[in-house]
Design a protein around this ligand. Structure first.
Ligand SMILES: [Zn+2]
Length: 218
């Protein structure tokens, strides 16, 4: 299993990419958790309508709707079509005129991984823990950089989705992506660590509505 991964994130803060359908950030839409807006079904693509003609970036963008990013086919080609078909679900993007935005898809990873990080300290107290959504039971974890994976992935997938909705790729696939300035995406290093630095257990299991507190102190 690889020891180094990269977090493929959008550098865009494109407010014009507000999702107008499903309405109101997925509220009332049963495909999304109504508390944390997590995509509940990872075996169905999500189609969206955006309040713009097209994303402003060239390859990858974050929408206003949690857990749904949009990706351009040119980046999908670099990631490898066989990996994309097996590990990702692609949906349709329609623009404010009601036309399909050619070349763009919504993207959901079939497998979701938690990003671990370091605790934040405030007045000597570690302000960090992991939380479990009281409605859908999904674990949310917001550590400070530098972030890492712990434990490492165990499945035979190549592309996964992080709990911040962006994509996780192995170092071996990074070479395939020729990052150019203005491409709209960035790569954050994610080493696999044997033990976490956040003061929480290596295996994070949670009960809905409960927090997992860090044992670290400032
Ligand atoms: Zn939830």
């Amino acid at each position: 299993m690889e020891k180094l991964y990269y977090h493929l994130t959008s550098v865009s803060l494109d407010a014009s990419l507000e999702v107008i359908s499903p309405p109101d950030r997925g509220r009332g839409d049963r495909r999304f958790c109504q508390t944390c807006f997590n995509v509940l079904k990872r075996d169905e693509p999500i189609d969206i309508r955006i309040d713009a003609l097209r994303p402003r970036t060239r390859h990858f963008d974050v929408t206003e709707l949690w857990d749904v990013n949009v990706i351009h086919t040119s980046l999908l080609d670099l990631l490898g079509r066989e990996h994309v078909e097996r590990d990702l679900l692609l949906g349709t993007v329609t623009n404010k005129k009601g036309h399909v935005v050619e070349g763009w898809h919504t993207v959901i990873g079939r497998e979701r991984l938690i990003l671990r990080g370091n605790p934040h300290f405030w007045k000597g107290k570690a302000m960090f823990g992991a939380g479990c959504c009281k409605e859908c039971g999904l674990l949310h974890c917001h550590g400070a950089a530098p972030r890492y994976l712990c434990p490492g992935p165990t499945s035979d997938r190549v592309i996964r989705q992080s709990d911040t909705t962006c994509l996780i790729i192995p170092a071996s696939l990074k070479e395939a992506i020729n990052l150019k300035r203005g491409s709209g995406y960035a790569l954050e290093k994610l080493p696999v660590l044997e033990s976490p630095r956040d003061g929480m257990p290596i295996e994070l299991s949670c009960e809905p509505g409960k927090r997992i507190e860090t044992t670290l102190t400032g």
